[in-house]
Design a protein around this ligand. Sequence first.
Ligand code: SAH
Length: 220
Amino acid sequence: MSLEGQRTQMVKEQLQARGIVNPRVLAAFRRVPRHVFVPPQLVSEAYTDHPLPIGGGQTISQPYMVALMTERLRLQGHERVLEIGTGSGYQAAILAELALEVYSVERLPELLADVSDRLSGLGYLNVHLAAANGSLGWPERAPYDAILVTAAVPRVPQPLIEQLAEGGRMVLPVGPAQGQVLMEVHKRGGTVTEQPLIGCVFVPLIGEYGWPAGGEAPAP
Ligand code: SAH
């Protein structure tokens, strides 16, 4: 089957079948060529139902997880979105389809050179990349209408709450390194509420509000 055929099938069998309904989100997943974001030797697996290694010990998340996190942000097109953990750039491309401006922070600069070429090659001019410690957010460009963290944190990082706009939404995996709960955080009238969504496993966020590099994870 062609890669496009595989992508159509992924949307139907992995996303719609599991309850992803937002038409704009589904359209974004039909458009963004996921196979461009995986290493060349894994292109034949790009549309399968699991995460894949992207180098540097990091992974591109399972399509369903990317879709669920994206759908919960309820993007309408006018938002400024912050992503922590650029990785392959796939999630950033999906966000670029759905929001006005995307700011994405990655700790490993060696991942970012490829991402920048990939995104501009596909015509995504509204993604702004930074090599930095994303556990501190990207304060210079705050506030953000929506924030996505694609690496695990022991608890919701305070700087990210501060950089979230009033009425904003944040989705992130919270919990110990072995397994987390995907949380949806809302900020309304100065009050922050947290709602658990599902269990998940992400690579750890390294830094002050995450885990120490290469070390044992501390108790949250
Ligand atoms: N969203 C990515 C997948 C991310 S995997 C995609 O669509 O492909 C998690 C990423 O978070 C990894 O690339 C890892 O290097 C990055 N990361 C870990 N700690 C970080 C930190 N403190 N700041 C920014 N990025 C971080």
